[in-house]
Ligand binder design. Structure first.
Ligand SMILES: NC(=O)c1ccc[n+]([C@@H]2O[C@H](COP(=O)([O-])OP(=O)(O)OC[C@H]3O[C@@H](n4cnc5c(N)ncnc54)[C@H](OP(=O)(O)O)[C@@H]3O)[C@@H](O)[C@H]2O)c1
Length: 288
């Protein structure tokens, strides 16, 4: 295993220490996150390389594939190193068109937790995020019944820590009024900064903020300002976007996705790029 510290150091998700530079496994499934990957061996190699390079936080969901990503993780990494922590999500299924229909009834959530345990080969899930809203983004509605169901499963010992995903600030607060959460996983990157206030509040509370689509997701970030800062630093736009997130707030954890070992290595090396105050000011203007 690499002895070099990863950019950003570590963070504590409750009692679990994770590297702030983590890995998001969604891109390992087939196109549009459906079916098996075109390059199965390549997908297994990315997972093994992530752990080899010292990453201790992998983000997944049984809906990816569905099941495909969890099964790849199990095949590549089980029995898991003690230091590795796998975060998963429940609250959405997949339909035949590749849609993500919500599945947040208590019976659906209990089933989803069991499915994740089974597919990953675990007795306890380290971190379960309740995925809210829909593909259009967060939607205002009470989280109480769904979140209480997960709290119940946590009491039964099936879940160690809880989080919420695709959530409004009000839903985060509602969940926190029911039980502690260790993270919020929402869409956020250089160009989409609607959660700026929430990130700062969570930082004050010691709760992690885990941006999904940190590189723009299915539509990679493109911006003249980002390209010009990257060129000035002799870096790449993707690297600068990740370095900016690490610098934005200490509670931000990266789960950038890639299906390529070369991109994984490039992202780890690149996220260490040092940004000056001038770089930050220029990058901050992109999303404002
Ligand atoms: N909670 C939710 O509702 C939700 C929703 C979406 C995603 N997520 C989580 O967030 C994680 C991250 O999101 P994401 O993977 O969709 O998006 P992302 O990290 O923003 O971007 C991934 C895309 O960037 C490309 N990429 C990565 N490194 C690159 C590099 N160095 N150069 C060029 N291209 C590069 C990847 O292509 P290559 O494969 O070719 O590298 C992939 O297409 C997911 O894995 C998932 O775990 C959660």
């Amino acid at each position: 295993m690499s002895s070099l510290p990863l950019p950003g150091g570590t963070w504590k998700l409750g009692d679990l220490t994770v590297t702030r530079f983590g890995y998001g496994a969604m891109q390992l499934a087939g196109p549009w996150v459906m079916g098996p990957p075109a390059d199965r061996e390549g997908a297994l190699a990315v997972l093994r390389e992530a752990v080899e390079l010292g990453i201790t936080h992998i983000d997944t969901a049984d809906a990816y594939g569905p099941r495909v990503t969890n099964e790849l993780i199990r095949e590549a990494l089980h029995p898991y190193p003690e230091t590795l922590h796998i975060a998963t999500k429940v609250g959405a299924l997949r339909d035949e068109q590749g849609g993500w229909p919500p599945a947040r009834r208590p019976d659906q959530l209990r089933r989803a937790v069991t499915d994740n345990l089974e597919a990953l080969g675990l007795d306890t899930l380290d971190l379960v995020n309740l995925r809210l809203g829909n593909a259009e983004g967060p939607q205002p509605e009470s989280v109480a019944e769904a979140f209480e169901t997960l709290v119940d499963l946590q009491r039964q010992g099936l879940i160690r820590h809880l989080g919420v995903s695709n959530a409004t600030a009000e839903q985060v607060a509602e969940a926190q009024s029911i039980a502690p959460i260790v993270c919020v996983q929402n869409m956020y990157n250089l160009a989409h900064r609607h959660d700026d206030e929430l990130i700062d509040r969570l930082a004050d509370e010691g709760v992690a903020y885990v941006p999904f689509f940190p590189l723009g997701g299915f539509t990679p970030l493109q911006s003249d300002a980002l390209s010009s800062v990257a060129a000035r630093l002799g870096s790449t736009p993707m690297s600068v976007a990740l370095a900016w997130l690490l610098r934005r707030s200490p509670n931000i954890l990266l789960i950038a996705g890639t299906s390529s070992v070369a991109h994984l290595r490039e992202n780890i090396a690149g996220a260490a790029v040092q940004l000056s105050d001038e770089d930050i000011a220029e990058l901050d203007r992109i999303g404002r």
